[in-house]
Write a protein that binds this ligand. Structure first.
Ligand code: PAD
Ligand code: ZN
Length: 368
């Protein structure tokens, strides 16, 4: 039996259940004893209905742990290995994986939509019924089963809390800057939203060689953190119009590359508008499904030669990018410890959501 945090319905606090039965891994799967799990805004987006969920479901997708058991045919990892969980398992064989777009893997996409593993079924039960697993993971559980292709081996001496954060916020944020966008040395970058993901966009932009990094948030604590992560200009969007301020800071041209890392229609429009002619607007935040974009097609896009690009999982190739990020962290070029605002227990997960809503913290991390 394992303890897990279960979502039972929209806007309901997660239920902490200790009767969760976790099956043995089937062929191509592994059982992971969780070490740590970050609480990402996408978990909150499941709870508040921004993203669809097949309830009851074990939430959590930003995690790391130790492999306890492997299913038939698994050779990529073995019991005792420390792994980061990739919530986009990348099969390496489908149309997208073959084009080095593993973040769009067809198998991962099907799993995400089903609330189960690669075959659409799930390995957890509670109160006599099946539990779905968020994004083929379900890291808000002491133990979980994931596809072996979603387990990325990391060094044994890497702190589990840090490893967990790599699994979503870090891969997504740094990947947005280093993979999705084309940032040239000397560029001016604007980042709208400086939460757990946005702070990683900022440090990714710094690593890519951006000279000016304009951080935009409504929360002063976040802006102070943004400065620590490499921002050179801070804009409080609650006090100043962020688009006008970015124009002012760029001789009215706009930023070379701008990132939206919140998921609101209003801030997406601001982000596109504050991007210069010929520049790139990268959309990372996950908006509600009914949010539509209306743009002046000629004056806003065509005449401006402007690119608008969606970013899913930092356009990452997890088997290549995770070791690269671990290396950057070990060299001191990537700040990961500084992302951890609070270390909490699984029972405190609902409070972590409350803290996230205030915008005060970068990440709460559950340790098991
Ligand atoms: P977070 O809640 O930690 O950060 C959001 C930040 O936005 C906070 O600092 C807020 O203060 C700030 N904010 C809110 N409203 C405004 C506003 N109007 N103007 C300026 N700032 C504002 O979230 P997060 O960093 O965990 O996640 C950010 C988004 O990224 C969220 O939508 C999440 O679902 C998404 C995400 N996308 C992917 C992907 O693959 N595209 C992966 C992971 C997370
Ligand atoms: Zn996430």
């Amino acid at each position: 039996m394992a303890k897990a945090a279960v979502m039972t319905g929209i806007d309901q606090p997660l239920e902490i259940r200790d009767d969760v039965e976790v099956e043995s891994p089937r062929a191509g799967e592994v059982k992971v004893r969780m070490g740590a799990s970050g609480v990402c805004h996408s978990d909150l987006s499941m709870v508040n209905g921004t993203m669809m969920a097949a309830t009851p479901i074990v939430l959590g997708h930003e995690g790391a742990g130790v492999v306890e058991e492997v299913g038939e045919g698994v050779t990529s990892v073995k019991p005792g290995d420390h792994v980061v969980i990739s919530w986009v398992p990348q099969c390496g064989e489908c149309f997208f994986c073959q084009r080095d777009q593993g973040y769009l893997c067809e198998q991962a996409n099907a799993a995400l939509a089903s609330g189960g593993l690669l075959d659409g079924t799930t390995r957890m039960t509670s109160k006599g019924g099946p539990l779905s697993q968020m994004a083929a993971s379900g890291t808000f559980s002491e133990v979980t089963i994931i596809p072996a292709i979603g387990a990325v081996k990391v060094p044994d001496d890497l702190d589990m809390k840090v490893a967990a954060l790599i699994g979503c916020g870090v891969l997504t944020g740094t990947g947005a800057a280093l993979n999705t966008a084309t940032i040239r040395p000397g560029d001016t970058v604007a980042v709208v939203g400086c939460g757990g993901v946005g702070l990683n966009v900022i440090q990714g932009a710094r690593i890519a060689g951006a000279t000016e990094i304009i951080a935009i948030d409504m929360n002063e604590t976040k802006l102070a953190l943004a400065k620590e992560f490499g921002a050179t200009q801070l804009v409080n969007a609650g006090e100043t119009n962020p688009v006008s301020r970015v124009m002012e800071l760029t001789q009215q041209r706009g930023a070379d590359v701008s990132f939206e890392v919140i998921g609101l229609g209003e801030t997406i429009e601001q982000t596109i508008t504050m991007t210069r002619r010929g520049g790139e607007a990268i959309l990372v935040g996950v908006p509600r499904m009914d949010v539509m974009l209306t743009l002046p097609a000629f004056f806003g896009v065509v005449l401006q030669g402007k690119s608008i690009k969606g970013c899913w999982y930092g356009s990452s190739n997890v088997q290549k990018d995770v070791p690269k990020l671990v290396d950057l962290y070990k060299k001191g070029e990537l700040k990961l410890d500084e992302l951890i605002s609070r270390e909490i227990k699984l029972e405190d997960v609902n409070e972590a959501f409350d803290a996230m809503k205030t915008g005060e913290i970068a990440r709460s991390v559950i340790t098991y």
